[in-house]
Design a protein around this ligand. Structure first.
Ligand code: ADP
Ligand code: MG
Length: 277
């Protein structure tokens, strides 16, 4: 038996530093006191219950939402000071939902990812990058389909292809796997890991904690707008913490064959189930 091949070491540089970030909307505190580093070479999973503030935080990290308090810096430079065009070359965002009223074809949607590179040397690679992205997101066979006619999962993959075509250093993905079947969940997250392996930084919002355990280098747990924990999956995905944050008993076990961490909600018999409060 050959010795396991060590994963190639990837240089980890902090691209984004969020310090004491807070967001208040209509006097409601949506985020408060969030300190977080986003590093190249890493997949950072953002997890937490519905309404915890994951999408809001992703918007702040994307520079799309200016925090009410605190700061976000891109390698020492205030994120708010980075121009729109430059921001579009640095970071790609996959929103939780993509609405396109015009019936663009999938290939056109993916090509939109190349817009930030218009007029630069990189534009020479547009066709190649679009083709690679269609393949990487497994939407080559959907290339000429109209985007609004796609299923939810197909739309998510086409949107992921657009982000890949954009070639950002930082990928911010909001629940990219929510509508995907098992094969495509694994496929999309494997692609995200490939980007990290190539030196990009990936932040991905996930609900499936076993997926987070399998694919993330670090996991950040958001609860009520604050970070409950940040660290490697083995450290953070811990039953007491998760049961508290999700307000539901959770077990964490190691897969008997692969050793993968499995996060499982404990299930009561239906006659013991009380209405959700
Ligand atoms: P998550 O992505 O973790 O489910 P969000 O970041 O979308 O949560 O939202 C966090 C909380 O902030 C939710 O309770 C949501 O209803 C609230 N929220 C988000 N945007 C607004 C807004 N524009 N106005 C009022 N409340 C908002
Ligand atoms: Mg969300």
């Amino acid at each position: 038996m050959s010795a396991p091949v060590a994963a190639p070491s990837v240089t980890r540089t902090t691209v984004l530093t969020a310090r004491d970030v807070g967001v208040v909307i209509d006097r409601a505190t949506i985020l408060g006191g969030v300190d977080l580093e986003v590093r190249t070479g890493e997949v950072l999973a953002l997890v937490g219950p519905n309404g915890a503030g994951k999408s809001t935080l992703l918007g702040v990290l994307a520079g799309d939402r200016v925090p009410t308090s605190g700061s976000v810096e891109w390698q020492g430079e205030a994120l708010a000071a980075v121009g729109v065009g430059e921001l579009a070359r640095r970071r790609g965002v996959l929103l939780q939902e993509t609405h396109l009223s015009f019936p663009f074809r999938v290939v056109d949607v993916v090509r939109m990812g190349r817009t930030p590179w218009r007029g630069t040397e990189r534009a020479a690679h547009d066709d190649e990058r679009v083709a690679q992205a269609l393949l990487a997101a497994d939407v080559l066979d959907l290339a000429t389909r109209r985007f609004p006619s796609l299923s939810g999962g197909e739309k998510a993959r086409a949107s992921f292809a657009r982000v890949l075509a954009q070639e950002p250093v930082l990928l911010l993905l909001d629940e990219p796997t929510a509508a995907l079947d098992i094969r495509h969940q694994e496929h999309v997250l494997a692609q995200a890991r490939l980007r990290a392996r190539a030196g990009d930084a990936v932040v991905v919002v996930l609900h499936d904690l076993s997926l987070a355990a399998a694919h993330a280098d670090r996991v950040a747990v958001l609860d009520g707008g604050g970070l409950a924990a940040v660290g490697p999956p083995t450290q953070v995905l811990e039953p007491d913490l998760l049961s508290r944050v999700y307000r539901h008993p959770v077990d964490v076990i190691a897969h008997p064959v692969t050793g993968d961490l499995l996060v499982l909600p404990r299930r009561a018999a239906v006659h013991d189930t009380e209405p959700l409060r």
